[in-house]
Design a protein around this ligand. Sequence first.
Ligand code: PEP
Length: 258
Amino acid sequence: MARRKFIAGNWKMNKTAAEGAALVKELKEKLGGCASGCCCSGPDVVVCPPFTTAPAVAAEAKGSCIQVGSQNIHWADNGAFTGELSGAMLKDIPVTYAIIGHSERRQYFGETDDTVNKRTKAALKAGLKPIVCIGELLAEREAGQTNSVCERQARAGLAGLTADDMTTVVVAYEPVWAIGTGKVASNEQAQEVHAFVRSILKDLFGAAVADATRILYGGSMNAANAAGLLAQPDIDGGLIGGASLKAADFAAIVAAAK
Ligand code: PEP
């Protein structure tokens, strides 16, 4: 089955509202409109700005092929969860996607496989599309644990989901040692893990779901290496950090996905 490619930018803690809107404006100019294939024949294009920047970005992106996502979501509808945002609040912005379980959340903010699962279910309940991140640390790769770590994270993060839920879920394989380090996984290394993750999806949800689910690669993807990675049979797109902060670089990755 042909899976539509998917290119998402994770802006992390970068860009004020004015800077974010300016970046989207420039990106729109570089991508061109629907007539140039941006939304009709090209990949899905998503940007995930910080929460405070998201309303201005969503306003600027409105009517274009650029969709907006959040970088997190809380599992509760409301309550005493200082610093968190619920699905309903995110829908207010409005955003369409939510990154969940990014390695920086796992590393610095105590995210666990269990909270990833709760956030994923909350996103689905709110009608948001989860981008569920998995990936091994350098020490885990060196210890030969890449597959077991990814399997554990995928099974736990997606636990309790139905095949129907999976129609809106995107999985991002992000080897932690490649994030923000400039050390990209080779095309072969990335493809090998993507194929393995797809086999786990098959075991969990069946062949049709495994075949239809987009699995993104994340970790120092840029304009120079995107084409090689995106040409791999099980790599359906990218989750891009640093290179998503410059319109020209991000647009070049989108072009590589066409
Ligand atoms: C990320 O933050 O998800 C990421 C992949 O970052 P970078 O592209 O900068 O490695």
